[in-house]
Design a protein around this ligand. Structure first.
Ligand code: GLU
Length: 260
């Protein structure tokens, strides 16, 4: 298929700990899809939720990616350096009447869907406020700046994907719920909507998603080729047996992954 624009993909880990098999599967899928399409592949450190970040985890992630044979294009973007851009977009939404302050705590809301309590005025002026965007058909009014002053992942990721010209997002199905929210923001901010592909998440024997919370073991750099083979197997890829190093395995797999 002829693509009208240059493919730009990305891997966007949160530096909250070392990469595990689940993150490797996501990295491999987005990397192979980008390379197969002759595209760029960017790495972005999603450190917007600063309290959850672990010092040094970013460098550890980059070293791991290198050891696994990945090559990324351009400098690594850090969300902590992007506050002004997020603020500017929040200001734009406010000016358009599409964002409002909200004093409701999670406990006040008490439901998965925000009922719009503060839409016509903040309930409790004494409390620190979060900012919500006015939702659409598929989303409630969700938080884009938290009451602790940090920007929410939903806003950061959309502003960054647009700023970096990302055309194709390949990520875990655990983020499926976020996609309509991100599309809502893209619409309000006048951004193009990238192609989204969600790949199944890797679970442990108890059926839980691999994560820091479920104590997923860190990837072993000294066993990179085998770890990579395991990640490729999850994606249904069995590269040629001649490929032995991580780099060769990735090269040999480039044409073997085909995503919708
Ligand atoms: N930073 C997010 C995570 O690590 C990924 C965001 C995305 O791919 O859109 O779960």
């Amino acid at each position: 298929m002829e693509r009208s624009k240059q493919y730009v993909g990305r891997f966007a880990p949160s530096p909250t700990g070392p990469l595990h098999l689940g993150s490797l599967v996501t990295a491999v899928a987005s990397y192979l899809d980008a390379r197969r399409n002759g595209g760029k592949w960017l790495v972005r450190m999603e450190d917007v939720d600063l309290p959850r970040c672990v010092p040094g985890a970013d460098m550890d992630i980059l070293r791991t990616l290198e050891a696994f044979g990945f090559e990324w294009d351009g400098p690594v973007m850090y969300q902590t350096a992007r506050t002004e851009a997020y603020q500017a977009e929040l200001d734009r939404l406010r000016a358009a009447g599409m964002a409002y302050p909200c004093s409701c705590s999670r406990k006040d809301v008490g439901a998965p869907v925000y009922p719009g309590t503060c839409r016509n005025g903040v309930r409790d002026l004494a409390k620190p406020v979060a900012w919500r965007v006015v939702g659409g058909d598929e989303t409630d009014d969700f938080v884009i700046r938290r009451s602790d002053g940090l920007f929410a992942y939903q806003l950061a990721v959309v502003v960054d994907d647009a700023a970096q010209g990302v055309t194709d997002v390949v990520r875990g199905a655990d983020l499926l719920d976020s996609t309509p929210r991100q599309m809502r923001l893209q619409k309000l901010l006048g951004y193009p909507v990238p192609r989204y592909v969600h790949i199944p998440v890797v679970t442990n024997a108890a059926g839980e998603k691999l994560s820091k919370q479920t104590l997923a073991p860190a990837l072993r750099m000294d066993d990179a080729a085998n770890e990579l083979r395991a990640a490729l197997r999850v994606l249904g890829i069995r590269p040629d047996r001649c490929a032995t190093t991580p780099r060769e395995l990735l090269m040999a797999s480039q044409m073997l992954l085909s995503l919708p």
